[in-house]
Design a protein around this ligand. Structure first.
Ligand code: XMP
Length: 518
């Protein structure tokens, strides 16, 4: 089992927005880690046999009575501990130190970049850049017994503290964010030198272990895997194929609503490149038929979701008897989130993707990526020999181009949009801008405007270009693409794509906009 072979670090989440970043940094250092809510019972933590504990930051104040606490007994396990921001404060409070709000202590709040003075400590070995990112209201004002300050800033005398005998460390700043340039080094020092973890978490190792695990789970059984051309389902399929060969059958529901040439590329990748058994359900006509005349965005999404399930279910018959269904669930979907405010979020859009199918009791589920972050899935994909084109491709929504055609969807509109979108993407690649954007695409508007081409009047569609920068799609900024670049793309689109005579650029961030238009 993967988890047993690697040294493991437990990160206790106190609700910071960047806790997942800590986990990613730890894994980048080659150490396997898992994220658990701060409220996890001590017995569960012990059962996982961690080598070290990291306490995350969080929005609460330890000066408040009901704020999150470190599980009783955790600090008596004899393990190295690193507290970050709130984690440092919670540790100091638990061990008899004092934490005060900014109104009660002379040092006060500190947000943003800060210069730091470092003492000699194993935590800082090899650290050259004396700059850190601060974001705190409360401060530690008295250290627990056994602790000394190992770093300070102008305003924070306890910017980093340690009880080196017990291997307890705490930093008031955030080593996990890029604004602490040597933060990754500090985390690595803690993990490898202080806690003595082995740096053996690599995607090459994961691949081998995961193949063994899949074989143990599936035995002689057969597996069905839905693929979309997206990186997650492609990696799941390639991994399963290595594990069980032709006892895997992939089903590709081709909605006809994919990007230019994409369906052909997906079929080529599976059949020619990997030689994986693939059922290609060319269902474009069915999707268009069911979408005919429908212009409400939520109705469109629901229709597509339903059609997808219908086609997929019908295709299962062709795959032979299978007991297992593979899914591309990733770690961020699995992590139990610590929401400081609680309560369910409002549904902005009903999402649809291959993993979003209703639970089918007929199948046992295989989820080989459920402990991986997206960047790890990409690394694993490279390890499995998936071409870069598929690995580095921008995200694409399950409902496809239908939600990039506000109003009713027709075959003509899909074809116009595919051509325009392909030009935009081609130009982004040519100008080295593709990877500078998180997602970029075209939207065909249901608005016609007057133009002039040659000596004639035109009356055609407006096309909107959308390009954003983002980390996870939850928030986004419009990408500040150069004006001359946008100008060249607009000229090409109007010249080459019949049906479009005007191009506009969307400069809305998320929030208040969403990335997609529907
Ligand atoms: P929004 O438009 O909500 O999109 O800002 C955020 C990210 O999610 C993608 N998206 C989807 N992905 N099924 C998916 O698999 C969907 O139904 C869906 N809707 C939006 C969108 O492309 C962006 O990357």
């Amino acid at each position: 089992m993967t988890e047993k072979q690697h040294d493991k670090v437990i990160i206790l989440d106190f609700g910071s927005q960047v806790t997942q970043l800590i986990a990613r940094r730890v894994r980048e250092a080659g150490v396997y880690c898992e994220l658990l809510p701060f409220s996890t019972p001590l017995a569960d933590i012990k059962a996982r046999a961690p080598k070290a504990i990291i306490l995350s930051g969080g929005p609460a104040s330890v000066t408040e009575e009901n704020s999150p606490r470190i599980p009783a007994g955790l600090l008596e396990m004899g393990l190295p501990v690193l507290g970050i921001c709130y984690g440092l404060q919670a540790m100091c409070a638990a061990l008899g130190g004092k934490v005060e709000g900014s109104d009660k202590n002379e040092h006060g709040r500190e947000f943003g970049r800060a210069k730091i003075e470092l003492n000699d400590s194993p935590l800082f070995s090899g650290v050259a850049k004396k700059e850190v990112w601060m974001s705190h209201g409360d401060s530690v004002t008295r250290l627990p017994e056994g602790f000394t300050a190992i770093a300070h800033t102008n305003t924070c005398p306890f910017a980093a503290v340690a009880d080196e005998a017990r291997k307890f460390y705490g930093v008031q700043f955030h080593p996990e964010v890029v604004h602490t340039p040597d933060g990754a080094r500090m985390l690595k020092n803690f993990l490898l030198d202080i806690a003595g973890c082995r740096a053996d978490w690599t995607m090459a190792a994961f691949r081998d272990e995961s193949i063994a695990k899949i074989r143990a789970q599936v035995g002689k059984g057969r597996v069905i895997c839905g693929v979309s051309g997206g990186v997650d389902s492609t990696v799941v399929a390639a991994l399963l194929h290595e594990a069980i060969g032709n006892r895997l059958t992939c089903i590709f529901v081709d909605t006809g609503l994919m990007r230019h040439n994409e369906a052909t590329e997906v079929v080529g990748l599976f059949r020619d490149h990997f030689n994986i058994p693939l059922i290609h359900e060319d269902a474009g006509a069915l999707f268009l038929e069911r979408l005919a005349g429908v212009d409400d965005p939520e109705k469109k999404r629901k229709i597509i979701g339903k059609a997808f399930i219908d086609v997929f279910t019908a295709a299962q018959g062709k795959a032979g008897e299978a007991e297992f269904l593979a899914q591309g669930t990733l770690y961020p979907d699995v992590i139990e989130s610590v929401s400081p405010h609680g309560g369910p979020a409002v549904t902005i859009k009903s999402h649809h993707n291959v993993g979003g199918m209703p639970k089918d009791v007929k199948f046992k589920i295989v989820e080989p990526l459920r402990m991986l972050f997206k960047d790890e899935v990409r690394a694993l994909g490279r390890e499995l020999g998936i071409p870069e084109k598929f690995i580095g491709r921008h995200p694409f929504p399950g409902p496809g181009l239908a939600i990039r055609i506000p109003g009713a969807v027709t075959a003509d509109k899909v074809s116009i949009l595919q051509k325009a979108d392909a030009i935009f993407i081609e130009e982004l690649h040519k100008n080295d801008l593709y990877n500078a954007t998180w997602q970029a695409f075209a939207v065909l508007l249901p608005v016609k405007t007057v133009g002039v081409m040659g000596d004639g009047r035109t009356y055609d569609h407006v096309l909107a270009l959308r390009a954003v920068t983002s980390v996870d799609g939850m928030t986004a900024d419009f990408a500040a693409l150069p004006h001359d670049f946008l100008g060249r793309v607009a000229v090409r689109i109007v010249n080459e794509v019949r049906g479009i005579n005007r191009v506009v650029y969307d400069i809305t961030s998320k929030p208040p906009g969403t990335i997609e238009w529907e």
